[in-house]
Design a protein around this ligand. Structure first.
Ligand code: GRF
Length: 230
């Protein structure tokens, strides 16, 4: 249990200064995936030697699929892992169990990285305003699965990778960042995905880093007040 895991008035952990010294504790990241986990790898790389190095730590990589390849990759990268099979489970009941598991790790942010589940209100409310997702299209134009197929089939000249906060709708939460991907001349779906994923892997970590920095600067008064030992 980290001594510096602070809970604000809103009941959320905050990436705030640690108690008793002037160092800033790192934001605790729970990464959720269901598949290969290439975005997870990019995030872990950013934590280990990139833009998230001084800002975040991966406290768990969780999957609803115990055999997801991304879990094994995460373990090989040195990350704690956890899983609970969602197979045959009712959404709200499963999500309540996931919330219980995740609470053990006290995440500041829940980072969805190819987590192929629609989240129930139970889950969203447990981490309100703290859940991020990356969507491989402009969420105003396309929601749900198969965004690269959509861009390819419609021969779009570009698509927009979107990082957003997750609310109770499907890809409807507030947008944190969007980055255009030039798709001109991409004549296979594989090429569309290759170009898109290269951008995804860069912008997810960058956006998360910006968010952590912004929240650190936004709440220094609350930090020193809550963190003060006396
Ligand atoms: C990515 O395209 C991401 O944008 C979407 O699901 C895919 C996951 O890929 N939400 P990976 O497992 O991170 O490789």
């Amino acid at each position: 249990m980290p001594t510096s895991a602070l809970t604000s008035a809103s009941g959320r952990n905050r990436p705030l200064p640690a108690t008793g010294n002037h160092s800033i504790r790192k934001a605790r990241l729970a990464i959720l995936l269901s598949g290969r986990g290439s975005n997870m790898v990019a995030l872990v790389n950013a934590v280990q030697h990139g833009v998230l190095q001084e800002l975040g730590e991966v406290v768990v990589v969780f999957s609803n699929k115990p055999d997801a390849p991304g879990l094994e990759t995460a373990a090989a990268l040195g990350c704690p892992t956890a899983s609970l099979s969602s197979q045959g489970r009712k959404r709200a009941e499963f999500d309540a169990d996931v919330v219980e598991v995740l609470h053990r790790y006290q995440p500041d942010y829940v980072v969805l990285a190819g987590y192929m589940r629609i989240l129930s209100p139970t889950f969203i409310r447990a981490f309100a305003g703290r859940i991020l997702n990356i969507h491989p299209a402009d969420t105003h134009q396309h929601q749900g699965l198969h965004a690269y197929e959509w861009a390819f089939e419609n021969r779009l000249p570009e698509t927009k990778i979107t990082v957003h906060l997750v609310d109770e709708g499907l890809d409807t939460g507030p947008i944190l960042a969007q980055h255009a991907v030039d798709l001109r001349g991409a004549d296979t779906l594989a090429e569309v995905e290759r170009r898109g994923l290269a951008v995804e892997h860069r912008v997810y970590a960058e956006t998360l880093a910006e968010l952590i920095k912004k929240e650190r600067h936004a709440e220094p008064a609350e930090a020193s007040r809550v963190a003060s030992p006396d």
